[in-house]
Design a protein around this ligand. Structure first.
Ligand code: SAH
Length: 505
């Protein structure tokens, strides 16, 4: 068998948006992804590959891999002919041991490519409002490891040289040795008043920046219980932090928002949460699955000429029906005689991806509004309604009542999940989720059934609930979930607006 290839890809420092385009390409075509503990797991949404997490220190799952084992794993996977992405936090070659992996691959005769990443020093400082080489402050920048190989007998860090360095010092992996680093620099002649900062979990919702004169930084960091991964930055450029800290001004910084949508549809909400500074916590309560038997759909698609209207009540309905049409060897021309209606703008937007324009999109995202909009052109018309295996029956019954001849066609399944992801459950139980968005009555009911009474009694205070509409609010309350706020606009953007409003009150 011919060998596969290993891509050593930099994942960036935390914000998943900081992956490079080349990195994304590699993830898209990978068969296996081997990722390290600093990588934001949201990046795994970009790949269908099997993913393995490596931890050099013992991870929460109790597993620990040393570098030789990781090298051996990469080589073994490539020898199976696989395209392997080795995804590493920041840049693979900046304190990332990427070059050791490359050497092992070279020796084993495995082809490899290195895809650089945004290293913590550049990303994390800019989001903390620090320009490492501001022209007035620094003419050089040094990246230094604060955690030397423990087997080395003598420090290779020359503090005398660093104390005289004409620029900014950036220490990686130095948080636990901050006191000794500061003392060594001051002893070597660096002024104790030199501006210094520790930036923790930079470019993520949990970013924190502690700024203090060098001699006081260590005490402050201990007092404020700052956690790794953290970067230490020392130099005059730190003093501009306050004015330029654009990232820390995000309105929902530090907030965690539970996204209850089906996993495959959560991308826009993940992006919005991150943009607002929040951390999305994925907790899908429902999964979208293909129908088990396509025969009814196929048969209907072969007789589309019998219909006047095609009505979509969800994005999934559009994708399922048009996807099946394509698989059957046909395309959108099969719909050319049909009028198209959608329940709301998101559904219409997906239709537009197929270059189809909806004839009717009601202003308000509600079944009743769709029926109202259709009523005028429906008497005696044959209507095909693409729907989920479950849902409200308002549309077909109202349209029939208005004189239409409605045929309901199940094009996808809407299944309850059996449990929430373990990480989401743990976060809710620890009271660490600030908001949960409920975007439909069935999602609200399903969430209630997945949470035990104990957990439910914690909701409403630490974890607040926001309903997408009054109908969802009512369903949630009937299921025992206390709703704190209800969106004014019945979309996920409306949910975010309601959270922003509540947080600013
Ligand atoms: N290859 C990585 C660095 C790996 S060493 C890169 O290029 O960024 C791990 C160290 O990186 C941590 O100890 C910390 O000093 C720094 N680091 C990584 N991500 C960070 C983040 N989001 N915020 C602050 N420091 C970070």
């Amino acid at each position: 068998m011919t060998n596969g290839k290993v891509y050593l890809v930099g994942a960036g420092p935390g914000d998943p948006g900081l992956l490079t385009l080349r990195g994304r390409e590699c993830l898209t075509k990978a068969d296996e992804v081997v990722y390290d503990g600093l990588v934001n797991p949201l990046l795994l949404r970009l790949t269908k590959a099997h993913a393995i997490r490596t931890c050099r220190v013992e991870g929460p799952d109790g597993r620990r891999l040393d570098q030789a084992q990781i090298n051996a794993m990469l080589i073994a996977l490539a020898r199976e002919g696989k395209q392997v992405v080795r995804l590493k936090g920041g840049d693979p070659y900046i304190f990332g041991r990427g070059s050791e992996e490359a050497e092992a691959l070279l020796e084993a005769g495995i082809p490899f490519e290195v895809v650089p990443g945004v290293t913590a020093a550049t990303a994390v400082t800019s989001s903390a409002g620090i320009s490492l080489t501001h022209r007035d402050d620094a003419s050089a920048v040094a990246y230094i490891t604060g955690h030397e190989d423990p087997t080395k007998t003598k420090s290779t860090i020359d503090y005398e040289v660093l104390a005289r360095f004409p620029g900014t010092l950036v220490f990686y992996m130095g948080l636990h040795r901050l006191a000794s680093i500061s003392q060594s620099l001051i002893a070597a002649g660096m002024p104790s008043s030199t501006p210094a900062a520790v930036i923790s979990r930079g470019s993520t919702s949990r970013q924190r920046t502690i700024v203090a004169p060098l001699s006081e930084l260590s005490e402050r960091v201990i007092a404020e219980k700052v956690r790794p991964p953290s970067l230490i930055v020392i130099g005059d450029c730190v003093s501009r932090h306050d004015r330029l800290a654009w990232f820390e001004a995000k309105p929902l910084l530090g907030k965690r928002i539970g996204i209850t949508r089906p996993d495959a549809q959560a991308d826009p909400q993940i992006a919005r949460a991150i943009e607002l500074g929040a951390e999305p916590v994925l907790m899908p309560t429902i999964s979208i699955e293909p129908v088990e038997d396509w025969s009814e759909v196929d048969e209907t698609l072969s007789r589309l000429s019998e219909y006047d209207w095609l009505v979509f009540t969800s994005v999934n309905g559009v994708r399922a029906l048009l996807g099946r049409l394509w698989e059957l060897g046909q395309d959108v021309r099969a719909l050319s005689h049909l009028k198209l209606a959608c329940i709301g703008p998101s559904t219409a937007a997906v239709l537009a991806e197929y270059h189809l324009r909806a004839d009717i999109v009601p202003d308000e995202y509600r079944a009743e509004a769709l029926v109202e909009a259709l009523k005028h052109d429906i008497v005696g018309k044959r209507v095909l309604l693409a729907r989920a295996s479950r849902g409200r029956d308002v549309i077909p019954s109202e349209l029939n009542a208005a004189g239409a001849d409605v045929r309901e066609l199940v094009v996808y399944r809407n299944e309850d999940v059996e449990s929430l992801p373990a990480a989401a459950m743990a976060a809710i139980e620890a009271g660490e989720v600030d908001w949960i968005g409920l975007s439909s009555p069935s999602i609200a009911r399903q969430l209630a059934s997945l949470l035990s009474g104990d957990v439910q009694s914690m909701l409403g205070t630490k974890t607040r609930l926001v309903a997408i509409s009054p109908v969802t609010q009512q369903a949630a309350e009937e299921a025992g979930l206390p709703v704190n706020v209800t969106a004014a606009q019945y979309t996920w953007d409306g949910i975010f607006d309601a959270i922003l409003q509540a947080e600013s009150d």
